[in-house]
Ligand binder design. Sequence first.
Ligand code: UDP
Length: 501
Amino acid sequence: MDSPQSQQSNNQLHVVFLPYPSAGHMNPMIDTARLFAKHGVNVTIITTHANASRFQKSIDSDISLGYSIKTQLLQFPSAQVGLPDGVENSNDATSREMLSKVTRGVWMLRDSIEVLFQELQPDCIVTDMKYPWTVESAAKLNIPRIYFCSSSYFSECAIYFVRKYKPHYNLVSDTQKFTIPCLPHTIEMTRQQLCDWELENNAMKAIFEPMYESAERSYGSLYNSFHELENDYEKLCKSTIGIKSWSVGPVSAWANKDDERKANRGHMEKSLGKQTELLNWLNSKQNESVLYVSFGSLTRLPHAQLVEIAHGLENSGHNFIWVIKKDDKDEDGEGFLQKFEERMKESNKGYIIWNWAPQLLILDHPATGGIVTHCGWNSTLESLNAGLPMITWPVFAEQFYNEKLLVDVLKIGVPVGAKENKLWINISEEEVVRREEIAMAVKILMGSCQESKEMRMRAKKLGDAAKRTIEEGGDSYNNLIQLIDELKSLKKYKALGENAD
Ligand code: UDP
């Protein structure tokens, strides 16, 4: 790692990062930006005020250590899109209407971002997959654009071949299975499990198609993944999409090595007392005896589903921590969740966290033995890094593909039986996963049968590999160094060319 003092030269590589405002996209990009800074790169992160406040603590601590990293703030057009001040992130949206206003606000920032690119004159831009237009911005500046993928190689390959060969066409029903062509494993899906934009020409398709096309027109792509996890799919992705790519994950483990930073990350509720209470609770439990239940930063479940989860967890007999969004509590008609929380406090079996959990802290605690996950890629990697097996409960987007990777390829997941890919806003009270299915999956995952022992062993092996890959000499470590060196060389050749003109 470069010493901070050696970063002060004028010839220092300057890379601008442009994250998309939603935890699943922003967290891994901020972690990656911080890793670039720690390896001697001058880093600028473009974002808006409220979004910066979610990660500023970590940046300040990097700055205090002498690293060259800063945020460049833009004004979110709250009034123009009709959102209250401070609502600038998809995670703040509690309805479809709010979500589309946040999206519109982000689109409206395009001109200001272009101006900033021109002013900053970086040597490279690393932009979220959701900003396909940045390919043109980079071309204007004659610099590389790196496509930052916030999901797996596996899902990128699956989406590529589903888009190309349309194996879901001409089936007799939405529940008939089809095999995704050209993948190294036999992966069966149903039409119900695909994203709506893969099925029809809707508004989302107009967003996703340019995104995937922009990947193919980028200089290269960055993945929060690592060699041992999905090497076959990394190779396949490189050969099908046809651009360079670098796996530098798991970035959360790499960038947040000490506990204080883990707690800082995206932590909206700043109560230290609450955190101590949580840690005391975890410390009182036996190793690997607690199941962590979380549906990520976006998904809000209907009340009927929360009731089923509560009963399923209670009936399983295992210890658990369950993260429930605050507005779920607001809709808690009969006070069911309040009573459930009180009952769990009395029995000491369950710990409810309202709204936002210090996820990295919980996953890395020795008492945690498994996770119920919606298969968001970040939560998946964070659990993998902790060597935890998972109950897979995909909800929307590419999460159903990630479930296939966990269950069919890596064999570290127990599917709860989620059937339909639906934006959480559209899930109805009738479509819930039943308490019996939930309790059964928990018993398999947390139990001591051969199947769960073997799953646990495989997950631990992957966790060890995840830790090795980010150490000096590991694959992800080397990939990051190699990418930075390549960008430095490009900068040098560009400067030589300009001097010759
Ligand atoms: N996260 C967290 N606490 C929470 C919920 C989410 O720290 O209570 C973090 C989690 O660690 C991960 C990100 O938010 O880094 C969620 O990303 P993921 O890809 O798992 O799912 P998404 O939220 O995009 O559906």
